[in-house]
Write a protein that binds this ligand. Structure first.
Ligand code: OSB
Ligand code: MG
Length: 395
């Protein structure tokens, strides 16, 4: 109902902000066109309000500046030196005011998204609201939370075609309704053919993470034979124009990920026909305020939308589920059950895959999951032990 939308919400004052850098082992290494990652690294942001409410946010990063340009060290630096001081003491009566507080700093979207997410969580909790309902409050009229996110699963590059088919079959038997396969040059047409042969009906998509160039258009057009839901980010991470040229040569719809870092990028991409679907990642676009603006653009253009993921801990995953439960997120999101990522997450309860390939939004206020302090301390220790100099990656 639009009933909640007129509601006046209570302001919060940011009193304290703590940063926690954690390392959490994945169930299995995740390989993309950049290489394989064995552990999740994240800088978690803990915000405390003057009224004593705690909010959590996650800076989604990786060990290398591969997908994104930030690492744990750069995120800590930018937060500690610039973003945190700008937020401390601020009084916020609408979380969308936060970007203005840090407008004089450019870039570092993953870092700013983590801090902004903690503020959104604290704001929702301070108003006795689920984060999903707070997002809906600022969404267009008539857009209420559906209470659950429809999700798929993203499968990394496997050692062989047989391994790929085996893991796809396993994920489908677990209940996932949409499969995404990571591809790279030399690992594309054959893998699509093998999986399509094994699973003729499953909604299937590929994610190239920018491994191709426009000269590869003929190769990419061979993928049209496999009835794909979409191909994600075939060309360079900073390219929009050539995606427009490529789309004219493909039947398969192009979905952009890396190339759309703001609502402004999205308007440009729409203008040159560079995408027919958007993967929206809160970290990539710099936070949930920008996500809401992008959501609005998608609604105006009837552009199909889904939420991407970066193998987040429960903190980031919970916020992503809250956003993915909005009604214009019409395609399955890259947010899988906790067990697909970690043996033990930092938050409780875990996310479990329900009927119809859905993850339910937890009932609690804010992100709806609670931090397990002993696990948090262990994960911080793991980061310090494995990277005692805080270095950003191992050779
Ligand atoms: O390109 O979508 C991507 C993970 C890390 C960095 C980039 C990407 C991904 C994924 C994982 O595909 C999706 C998930 O969180 O399940
Ligand atoms: Mg992607």
């Amino acid at each position: 109902m639009a009933a909640g939308k007129g509601k006046l919400l209570k302001a919060i004052q940011i009193q304290d902000i703590q940063l926690h850098t954690v390392l959490l082992p994945y169930q299995a290494p995740f390989e993309t066109s950049f290489g394989a990652e064995t552990d999740k690294v994240a800088v978690l942001v803990e915000v405390r309000t003057a009224a004593g409410v705690t909010g959590w946010g996650e800076c989604s990063i990786e060990l290398w500046p591969g997908y994104g340009q930030e690492t744990a060290n750069t995120a800590e630096h930018i937060l500690r030196e610039f973003l945190v001081p700008a937020a401390l003491g601020a009084s916020i009566s609408d979380p969308r005011q936060f970007p203005a507080l840090i407008r004089r700093f450019r870039g570092h979207h993953h870092s700013r998204a983590g801090l902004e997410a903690a503020i959104w969580d604290a704001f929702a909790k301070s108003n006795d609201m689920r984060l999903t309902d707070l997002f809906a409050h600022y969404a267009p009229a008539g857009h209420e939370s559906t209470g659950a996110a429809t999700v798929g699963v993203s499968i990394g590059i496997q050692p062989s075609l047989a391994d790929t088919v085996a893991i796809v079959n396993k994920r489908i038997s677990e209940g996932y309704c949409r499969i995404k396969l990571k591809i790279k040059r030399g690992w594309d047409v054959e893998v699509a053919r093998a999986v399509r042969a094994a699973q003729p009906d499953i909604p299937l998509m590929l994610d190239a993470n920018s491994d191709y160039r426009l000269e590869d258009a003929e190769r990419l057009a061979q993928l049209d034979a496999f009835d794909l839901l979409m191909i994600e980010q075939p060309l360079a991470h900073d390219d929009i124009y050539h995606h427009g040229l490529l789309q004219k040569r493909l039947q398969t719809r192009i979905c952009l990920d890396e190339s759309v870092k703001s609502a402004s990028d999205l308007r440009l991409a729409l203008g040159v026909g560079a995408l027919r679907i958007l993967n929206l990642k809160p970290a990539r676009v710099g936070g949930f305020s920008e996500c809401l603006e992008i959501y609005q653009v998608c609604v105006e253009h009837s552009l199909p939308l889904w939420l991407g993921g970066m193998l987040e801990t429960g903190v980031g995953r919970a916020a992503n589920v809250a956003f993915a439960a909005l009604p214009a997120v019409t395609l399955p999101s890259d947010i899988s059950a906790t067990a697909r990522y970690f043996a033990e997450d930092l938050t409780e309860p875990p996310f479990a895959l329900g009927a119809d390939s859905r993850l339910a939004v937890p009932a609690g206020y804010g992100i709806g999951v609670s931090m397990q302090r002993e696990r948090l301390e262990a994960a911080k220790q793991r980061w310090r032990d494995k990277f005692p100099y805080g270095r950003a990656g191992a050779a």
